[in-house]
Structures are given as structure tokens and as C-alpha cells.
Design a protein around this ligand. Structure first.
Ligand SMILES: [Zn+2]
Length: 276
């Protein structure tokens, strides 16, 4: 565990880049051989806006990285945050708790708030308005959303008190899970179900991309499914019944245009068609 901790403390930027790009390539190929849905779409044409938003997310995270480092330095210097206030615990438990709680504050909470506050939902719609969820959808986030999510990560670091090694480990796992849960791949149902007891499984996250409530407002989790199970936001819907998109933005052509997607947060709020 100590060597893992040390590795992530100084993980080379190249390793992070290889994980992101290699992961996209790996799942892209897997989608060709083992697809969940047989989409009749032009894969590259569909990918282009999503890759654009992946790039803006990377640029924003890179540009703001100094704030993350400042936050981790501050909590370490002041011994601040939940995991530092606990009595002496083994390193593996310290790391596990750090990742678990960072997943709550930095991802689950951020995502939940984005769905519940109308002005933030209009920003987050860009992620949901993809009619063909695949490996490229994972980081399809409006630049404003990238800033919102980054702010929640900082909040998580401050509240949880995570050192930089745990933040980098968390981000590493987060990339893997974002790719696994969005990729258009068919995982055996039983394995998917088994995985979903602790982790967010591919089918579990696909339910969140169903076009209509109450499913859109469920399964907010990023790495661990336990937050959804704990707070009652866990839902199931058979993969055969899933229809991707957002009920109030059904225009597939507009939803594939970068210029339209960039304007999305400034459009008028529209009430969902179904309310439960
Ligand atoms: Zn969402």
C-alpha cells in the first residue's frame, strides 16, 4: 500500500494521459466487437463534439490544478479534514476512506446538485443530450460544468482532508469508471448486477441516461454505488428499455453541434415532461 501511495504522490503526467487516451482507444475497439446497442451512427461524427468537450475539460482541470495543489498542501499543513481527525488507522483504511469520501463530495454531491438546481441542470444537460452514449460521452461536459465539478473536488479535498496522493488515486479510478460506465459495451447481466452492489456498473449508469424522469434523477454515483443505495437514489431499468437523451431536448441534430451545446446553459429552462 505504501508503494501505491508513493506512486500516486508523484504520478507522471504521461501516465495520466496514457490512461485517458489508451482507455478511450481500448473501449472504442471493444464497442466494435461487443456493443450493448447496435447504433446506426457515424462513430467519428458523433465523437467529434464529445472529444472537443473532453479537451476543454482537460484544459480547465490543467489550468486550475494549482488550486488543487494549494488545497492539499493546506490540509496537510493544518492536519485538517475528516480523515485526519480520526484516531490512528492503518494506511489502507486511510486511503480507502479518502477515496470513498472524495467520491461523495467531488462526484455524487456535485452531480446531485446539478440535477436539482435548474440553472445548473441547464449546464449539465450537455452531458445528457447525447443520443448515443458511448466511450466518448464520458467527458462530454460544458466548460462551466468542468469548473463546477472542479469546485466540488476542492470542497471534497478540504472537507475530507485528502493528501495529493489520494486525490491522484481517486482521479485515476474516476477516469477508469467514467470510461467503463459510459462505453457502449455489453457486460454479462449477472456480472453487472454483482458489480453494482459496491461499484457503479455500466448498466446502472446507463439508467441515469434514460431520457425521462424519474430515471434521469437516479444513479448519480461515479465510482461507488453505495452513495445511491444509502441516499435512496438507486434505480433499476432493464437495458432493453433504455432510451438515451433528454425529453425536453429531442433535436438530435442540434444536440450534436458544438455551437448549440455551448449555448445550452443560456437557454430557457424547460420543465421535464414527467414528474413523479
Ligand atoms: Zn447526470
Amino acid at each position: 500500500m505504501e508503494s501505491i501511495f508513493t506512486y500516486f504522490e508523484t504520478i507522471p503526467a504521461a501516465h495520466r494521459a496514457i490512461l485517458l487516451v489508451g482507455g478511450i482507444m481500448f473501449f472504442w475497439l471493444l464497442e466494435g466487437t461487443l456493443p450493448l446497442f447496435k447504433f446506426s451512427y457515424k462513430k467519428w461524427k458523433h465523437a467529434w463534439p464529445n472529444l472537443f468537450f473532453t479537451l476543454t475539460t482537460i484544459i480547465i482541470n490543467f489550468g486550475l490544478a494549482f488550486l488543487l495543489l494549494k488545497s492539499t498542501d493546506w490540509v496537510a499543513a493544518h492536519n485538517f479534514g475528516i480523515i485526519n481527525w480520526l484516531p490512528e488507522i492503518p494506511l489502507w483504511l486511510y486511503v480507502t476512506l479518502g477515496v470513498l469520501l472524495l467520491d461523495f463530495f467531488g462526484a455524487y454531491l456535485a452531480h446531485f446538485v446539478e440535477h436539482k438546481v435548474p440553472s445548473l441542470w441547464k449546464v449539465h444537460i450537455v452531458h445528457h443530450s447525447d443520443h448515443h452514449v458511448d466511450i466518448t460521452t464520458g467527458n462530454r461536459h460544458h466548460p462551466i460544468e468542468s469548473v463546477i465539478r472542479f469546485s466540488f473536488t476542492i470542497l471534497g479535498v478540504l472537507v475530507v482532508g485528502t493528501p495529493i496522493a489520494i486525490v491522484f488515486l481517486y482521479q485515476f479510478l474516476s477516469v477508469i469508471f467514467t470510461q467503463l460506465t459510459h462505453a457502449n459495451i455489453k457486460m454479462p447481466r449477472k456480472l453487472d448486477k454483482l458489480l453494482s452492489y459496491i461499484f457503479v456498473s455500466p448498466d446502472m449508469h446507463k439508467v441515469h441516461h434514460h431520457y425521462v424522469l424519474p430515471y434521469t434523477d437516479s444513479n448519480y454515483g461515479n465510482i461507488f454505488s453505495i452513495w445511491d443505495r444509502l441516499f435512496g437514489t438507486y434505480m433499476e431499468l432493464d437495458r432493453d428499455n433504455i432510451v438515451y437523451g433528454v425529453d425536453v431536448f429531442p433535436d438530435a441534430i442540434a444536440n450534436g453541434k458544438i455551437s448549440e451545446l455551448l449555448k445550452q446553459p443560456f437557454k430557457k429552462y424547460q420543465k421535464p415532461t414527467a414528474k413523479f
